[in-house]
Design a protein around this ligand. Structure first.
Ligand SMILES: C[S@@+](CC[C@H](N)C(=O)[O-])C[C@H]1O[C@@H](n2cnc3c(N)ncnc32)[C@H](O)[C@@H]1O
Length: 227
């Protein structure tokens, strides 16, 4: 870990290439997706469910639809299987590492027939279908995009939302600034850095909350609902 990456680290080709290579060598398992912390998956899903449910049940002012969701940086489909398929009719998946998508049907099991498209793409290149998704879920992947690419991705994601649709972001949070991880070639941003990016993308924060009950010693994790 190194504090304060130079602009160079954030933009140079190797920022993306190193991440690609890192994920290529990670096993297609829940432990692989969570850096050896597979045991926190259940708590993570519970936290996400509590966060998103009010939007889907009408407890929030404008009810969000439950037709289609998109899982961004989905890996083998941990979130698709445990969070999104139980809540939405259909779930699309977008992921840069083809071998994780290849594992998805087997990992998801029964619900896999309700997975629509499985798109192999970096989010820095991805463009969703217009006004197509009720929820676009982005978790533990946005640190793989440079600030500029992240702003552009979020702008494109916004165009992919249905009328009352929302983008949900769930990411690790740095105490301040930006922390570069040279193992998986990603950055962890502070709340202030993320908020700057959301504003630049023209997004408003509808709700934000901390993930509770994760083991000590991990980064804080925060959830945002945006439109
Ligand atoms: C920490 S894992 C999280 C997987 C999943 N979101 C979860 O929580 O179970 C990060 C995932 O992001 C993918 N990834 C890395 N860089 C990416 C990029 N630029 N675009 C899309 N996916 C990317 C990796 O291949 C990996 O599957």
């Amino acid at each position: 870990m190194m504090d304060r990456p130079s602009v160079d680290q954030m933009t140079k080709e190797s920022f993306y290439n190193d991440a690609k290579e890192y994920w290529q060598n990670i096993p297609s398992t829940v432990d692989g997706m969570l850096g050896g912390f597979g045991k926190i998956s259940g708590e993570d899903i519970n936290g996400s469910l509590n966060f998103i449910k009010p939007f889907l049940t009408g407890a929030w002012a404008e009810r969000v639809g439950s037709n289609r969701a998109l899982d961004c940086g989905c890996g083998i489909g941990r979130i698709t299987k445990h969070l999104l398929l139980p809540l939405f009719q259909q779930v699309d998946m977008v992921e840069q590492t083809q071998k994780f998508l290849d594992e998805a049907d087997l990992f998801i099991g029964e619900g896999a027939s309700r997975v629509g498209q499985k798109i192999c793409s970096g989010l820095q290149h991805f463009k969703p279908r217009l006004e197509h998704y009720d929820v676009i879920w982005c978790q533990w992947v946005l640190g793989h995009l440079t600030d500029e690419h992240l702003v552009d991705f979020l702008k494109r994601a916004k165009t992919g939302l249905t009328e009352n649709g929302i983008i949900c972001v769930k990411e690790n949070i740095a105490k301040s600034g930006v922390v570069f991880d040279d193992q998986d070639s990603s950055v962890t941003r502070s709340k202030a850095e993320l908020k700057k990016i959301f504003a630049l993308a023209g997004l408003t924060i509808l709700k934000e909350a901390d993930q509770k009950r994760f083991p000590l010693g991990l980064f804080a994790v925060r959830m945002y609902a945006l439109r």
